[in-house]
Design a binder for this molecule. Structure first.
Ligand code: CA
Length: 235
């Protein structure tokens, strides 16, 4: 395949971008500009196909039109996030009421661009989204203040000193640190971390949070959000 007008000698592809856009002319120009910049590009034209492709292809980022046949772009985002998929999303929107809906998602970290846009700006914003996502999404290492959590070896340290956590304590801390500043209810944590919400009470979450806090002491990033649940935040 030809890459028109590509400059620079970097042959390494930058990763796969999923473009979801039902207007063929816009999809074509985004594909052209993104591939010229070294990205691989997959295009889908409906909401359900976007959701399926995101799960199957695991793209580095998604450029997501809001007004789509089958399922709205904001609903695609909501479903991915509900699955624990935090792939960065750049929403493309034509209308003010769509911007309200995007902002109403409060999913954090996502960006939007209004139509008509310059394809160059889309490429620039995709690059920014990837830069921001790398520490939290791609890395095996999650850090928050003095706490470092290594997902591959399942080790946690505070200022370099190892801390022994049980498997469940580790999973709970990992889940919260993987979604910085996002507040989860006890029920959400039960279903995401324990995976069997019906079997144990929400008090279990409080007990494990208390244990993690006791072990990490002042370095603990876990914050109680009164009446809601817990989140993990850096200093
Ligand atoms: Ca559209």
């Amino acid at each position: 395949m030809e890459r028109p007008g590509r400059v620079g000698g970097d042959a390494e592809p930058r990763g796969l971008i999923l473009v979801v856009e039902d207007e063929a002319a816009i999809a074509d120009i985004l594909r052209l500009y993104l591939s010229r910049d070294g990205f691989r590009v997959a295009v889908e034209t409906t909401g359900p196909a976007a959701l399926e492709a995101a799960r199957r292809l695991r793209p580095a980022a998604i450029v997501l039109d809001v007004g789509l046949p089958g399922m709205d772009g904001t609903e695609v985002c909501r479903r991915l996030r509900a699955d624990g998929d935090w792939t960065p999303i750049l929403f493309c929107t034509a209308r003010d009421d769509e911007i309200d809906r995007i902002l109403g998602l409060e999913m954090g970290g996502d960006d939007y661009i209004t139509k008509p846009f310059s394809p160059r700006e889309v490429v620039a914003r995709v690059r920014v989204a990837l830069r921001h996502s790398q520490p939290a999404v791609a890395a095996d290492m999650l850090t928050m203040g003095e706490v470092a959590l290594d997902r591959s070896s399942r080790r946690v340290t505070v200022s370099g000193v190892p801390v022994d956590l049980t498997a469940t304590e580790f999973d709970l801390l990992e889940y919260l640190m993987a979604h910085p500043s996002r507040v989860f209810s006890r029920e959400q944590l039960l279903s995401e971390v324990w995976g069997y919400a019906a079997m144990v009470g929400t008090r279990t979450v409080d007990v494990h949070v208390a244990q993690v806090r006791a072990k990490l002491a002042e370095a603990s990033p876990i914050r109680t959000v009164r009446g809601v649940g817990y989140s993990a935040e850096g200093p």
